[in-house]
Design a protein around this ligand. Sequence first.
Ligand code: LIP
Length: 266
Amino acid sequence: MSLLTDTCLDKRLKAAIDIVHEAGAIALAAFNAMSPEKIAFKGPQDFLTETDIEVETLIRQRLNKAFPEDGILAEESGGEVQTNTWIIDPIDGTANFARGIPHFCIVLGFVSQNKTQFGVIFDPCHNEMFIAQAGNGATLNGEAITVASTPCFSSANLELGWSQRVPNERYLQSLQGFLELGANVRRSACGALALAYVAVGRTDGYVEHHMNPWDCLAGMLLVKEAGGISNAFTDSPDWPQGGAVLAASPQFAYAIADITAITIDK
Ligand code: LIP
C-alpha cells in the first residue's frame, strides 16, 4: 500500500470524526450504567470493561468496511503496523471510566510511514472533540488551540503519568524534580486527555516514562500542532511497543527533558 494523497487523508479524517462520535455515544451510555461486576483486570491497576471491547469492535468494523486496505493497531485486539495504519484506543482512562470518574476518551490516530497524519480525541462526558492534522493545526470543537504561555515553574501545572512498565524510581525522580522547581503536579489517569490538555493550555506539560502508541500518538500531534514540543516517539523502530513521552509548551520542554532524561531535539 502506498502513501496517501491529501484527499485520501481528508476522507479518513472525516470518517474518524464520525466514528469517534458514534463510539463516544456508546461509551457515555455505558458509563452512566456502570456497575462493579462489569469491571475486570488485565493486570494490577490495569482495568478492562466490556465497553472497551464493544467500542473497539465497533471502530474496527467501521474502519474495515470503509478502508479495508489500511492496517489497524488497537489496544485490546492488537494488530500490525503497515504503511498506513489506524491506531485505536477504544477507551483511554479506563480506570476512571470503571470507577465513575467522568474523565476518559476515545482515541483514533492515523500513521503513514511512521508519521502521525492526524489524531482525534473525543471526551464524551464534556462533549469535547480535539482534532490535530499534521501541518494544519489543532482544534477543540472547531476552534484553533495553542499551548499556554505560563512564564515559570512556580505557576506551572504539569502532569506526570504513571506506568507499571517502568520502575517506580523513574516516576518518583521526575515527581521530585518537578516539585523542587515549584510546579504543581497532577495525575488524572487518562494519558490522551492529559496530552490534549497541554495542547489547549490547561496544563503546561505531560510526561510518562512509558506509553503505548494508542494512548499517546494523537495527543502528541495535538501538542505539536498547538505550538508545543514533543519527543520524536515514532523515530524509534520500536515505537509500536511504546516508549517514553514528553510533550510541553516550549518554555518548559527543555528543562523537563533534563529532569526526566527524555531526549528531545534541541
Ligand atoms: C492508560 C492511560 C494512563 C496511563 C496508563 C495507561 P488505558 O490507558 O490512560 O494515563 O498512565 O499507562 O496506558 O488503560 O486507560 O487505556
